[in-house]
Design a binder for this molecule. Sequence first.
Ligand code: AMP
Length: 192
Amino acid sequence: MNIILLGPPGAGKGTQAGFLVEERGMVQLSTGDMLREAKASGSEMGKRVAAIMDAGELVTDEIVIGLIREKLQGTKSAGFIFDGFPRTLKQADALGELLDEMGQSLDAVIELRVNDEALVGRIVGRAEAAVAAGDKPRADDNAESLKKRLMEYYKQTSPLIGYYYAKGMYSRVDGMASMDEVKAALAAKLDG
Ligand code: AMP
């Protein structure tokens, strides 16, 4: 079973994907994680994307599609969770083609629905928690960058809701509920 978790930054996609990995042995493919790895490794591509990511803008479709292609082709799995990908219609088309080539398909696209004010609180909380734990917060977890990331979400990513709705794949859960409730709601969708 291959699924997309859709939702703005801070909606809880990464957290819920983590539960699905632990409990169902699915494989999480997060382009944000892949890009942060590239950035940390200091590769040419990492250097190219660093400033874009810190500013909260979207990296080019070519780069992220390339990353996903590589991972998909190199990984055997009973189920992929796409987290933070696709973020544009072009990426959504590319994902459809890639899965087709592999003889696979997408089973569900689930939006974690949240409200914007709560998101700001969650992201600030994530930065504070990182500091409290002695870690460096994500470079893009600040008010300025968050505003940009939210704008990018609404401009470029939210059209995917209509795109997948038209394909009969879209559904949503209340992302404002507690972590356990969201987890249960997701499980109900996947098993239902
Ligand atoms: P995330 O961890 O998903 O919030 O991603 C962090 C940052 O990586 C985003 O703000 C973008 O700059 C970049 N990024 C991650 N995934 C994508 C994607 N699918 N398309 C374009 N940029 C992405």
